[in-house]
Design a protein around this ligand. Sequence first.
Ligand code: ATP
Ligand code: MG
Length: 309
Amino acid sequence: MRGLRDRVRAEVGKVLVGQDEAIELMLAALVCRGHVLLEGVPGVAKTLAANAVARALGLEYRRVQFTPDMLPSDLTGTMTLKGGELVFRAGPVFTQLLLADEINRTPPKTQAALLEAMQEAQVTIEGESHPLPDPFLVVATQNPIEYEGTYPLPEAQLDRFLFKVDVGYPSEEDEHAVLRLRRRGVVPATLEDVGGVVDAGALADARGTLDATTVSEEVAAYVVALVRATRDLPSVTLGASPRAAVHLVTAARAAARLDGREFVTPDDVVRMAPAVLRHRLVLRPEAELERYRPDDAVQTALAAVPVPR
Ligand SMILES: Nc1ncnc2c1ncn2[C@@H]1O[C@H](COP(=O)(O)OP(=O)(O)OP(=O)(O)O)[C@@H](O)[C@H]1O
Ligand SMILES: [Mg+2]
């Protein structure tokens, strides 16, 4: 497993500078059967990261640009007449890695259709269920700057994403490295060179052994204490849910597996906590005005709960 992560990182590194966190969390989400929300301003390579990871993992990849006029059926598919018979024509959601670009530009009904597919791993049309491929990973993107005419995802829907990754600007050094990559005009020249470096068996192995990854009583108690601590923070009106605790334990298991371990350490929990918790906390307006961020709240909770040793 450790080899898997390093191989993917190296392969993706042909076209992408940095973004180690996004790469690791996409892998972890795949292992957990969870989904990822990438937030970042335009041009920080969110699309490129998802595309390159799909290639390195040999996954079928599709990108859907969410727009205000998009209907649920544009995503899931429709019944159409074919030779006098009604048949299901599968929509673009039927793929292994779906990049749902700018998910907050589409109205709630279409967002709900995507979230339902994520939750149930299937699409139901006219009473008939159509299973999605396995693995199935949604990488949704949103822009942190609220434009007019966007539809922010409600808390209940954010909670369904295993991870939220904040894709920031690269460091100065990385920004230089980006300029040195080969390109054709403005297009990355080497995206086609990013090839599958992971056989399907290795990924299936990691997913198969995930639930057998040991979580000690101490580590479980730590997760519970941490999640509960987020509910008591004075800066927070809505803390992390029991679902968040389940997600945090599962993510820590994936982190352990990606490190080649069969047991979870408290450090796995600490490492995964920001990406699992940051989008589930709602801050008090006063705290937001003081530029206190959900990440600060997560750090406060982490500092408040002693790490078992
Ligand atoms: N870290 C990086 N490594 C390599 N190339 C980068 C990096 N950051 C930006 N680029 C360059 O910038 C281009 C823009 O990336 P991309 O289209 O993936 O951004 P995006 O975050 O998806 O933007 P948008 O929100 O507008 O869709 C890439 O094709 C690449 O040429
Ligand atoms: Mg993009």
